[in-house]
Design a binder for this molecule. Structure first.
Ligand SMILES: Nc1ncnc2c1ncn2[C@@H]1O[C@H](COP(=O)(O)OP(=O)(O)O)[C@@H](O)[C@H]1O
Ligand SMILES: [Mg+2]
Length: 275
């Protein structure tokens, strides 16, 4: 194999999903949060997931990211069955998730947040015996990561995250996921707490992650944003997948109508595979 790793994966040839869920069930007491959900994520795509409040979006991604264990169904990663017990388990398999609540450590600097839980130590006895962290090395690699993702507004990797704006903090959280994910990035409402300009930055970030060839699951109830970046849209309703549609062939109002149950998508309008 002579394929170079920095080229985006070819988007059209591969037909196998990177991540596939079949018949996922999750109950909380009498509440059926997931009622047999299917999901496929193909290489190099942004899959939008939309649905009304309570439709099961967050529960779905919690099951895919190891934060919850489903009561039934299967999850395949690269065609192999996986059973994640913890988020760390999923991360070890290359699935990085940014949860709905802003997930950064405010008192640490940008580099510290990027390498949180994966700190690198100085070479030799300073690192192995004295456990000293390689601060310069981490700041340097943090800067490279930010630059490669086009996050130019963050210059000083030693800046405390608590001094950043909401959008910049979210950019740090997304950059962290992009830095360590090898397979899949899941973003749950990444722009919910952000203003218009900050949201646009996060959307650009999602596009540069896709350019790297990494597939992204984007949960959002912001229709224009989903329609702007998603290749396919999974519509979640009452714990099930109501349809998978293309933003190129369905209107936003029809997508909302499917979400609320006012409209059923004809089978020929469904986009099952890659687009
Ligand atoms: N930890 C929990 N305990 C009890 N019920 C829950 C819990 N998490 C979610 N639910 C319920 O499961 C359903 C789906 O919720 P959720 O996945 O958060 O939906 P969404 O993210 O689409 O708004 C809702 O009825 C919600 O109240
Ligand atoms: Mg949610």
């Amino acid at each position: 194999m002579t394929a170079t790793t920095n080229e985006p994966s070819p988007q059209v040839q591969t037909k196998e999903p990177v991540l596939q869920a079949t018949g996922l069930v999750k109950t909380y007491g009498h509440v059926v949060a997931l009622d047999g959900v299917d999901l496929e994520l193909y290489p190099g795509e942004v899959l939008g997931v939309i649905g009304d409040n309570g439709a099961g979006k967050s529960t779905l991604i919690k099951c895919l990211s190891g934060a919850e264990s489903p009561n039934g169904g299967t999850i395949l990663l690269d065609g192999q069955p996986v059973h994640f017990r913890t988020p760390l388990d999923a991360r070890t398999h290359g699935i990085e998730t940014v949860y709905q609540t802003l997930a950064v450590a405010p008192s640490l600097d940008i580099a510290g947040n990027l390498f949180l839980g994966r700190e690198t130590r100085l070479p030799g006895p300073l690192g192995s015996v004295l456990r000293m962290l390689d601060g310069n090395g981490m700041r340097k690699r943090a800067k490279e990561q930010m630059t490669s993702l086009g996050i130019g507004t963050l210059q000083n990797m030693g800046q405390a995250v608590e001094s950043l704006s909401g959008g910049q903090r979210q950019a740090v959280a997304v950059a962290r996921a992009a830095a360590f994910s090898s397979k899949v990035i899941i973003l749950d409402e990444p722009t919910a707490a952000l203003g218009v300009r900050e949201s646009a930055q996060v959307l650009k970030l999602i596009e540069s992650i896709r350019e790297r060839g990494l597939p992204v699951i984007l949960i959002s109830h912001n229709m224009p944003q989903v329609f702007e970046v998603a290749d396919r849209i999974h519509i979640q309703r009452l714990g099930k997948r109501a349809a998978v549609v293309s933003p190129k062939t369905i209107s936003m109002s029809d997508a909302v109508a499917v979400m609320t149950g006012a409209l059923k998508v004809a089978p020929e309008q469904e986009v099952a595979g890659q687009v």
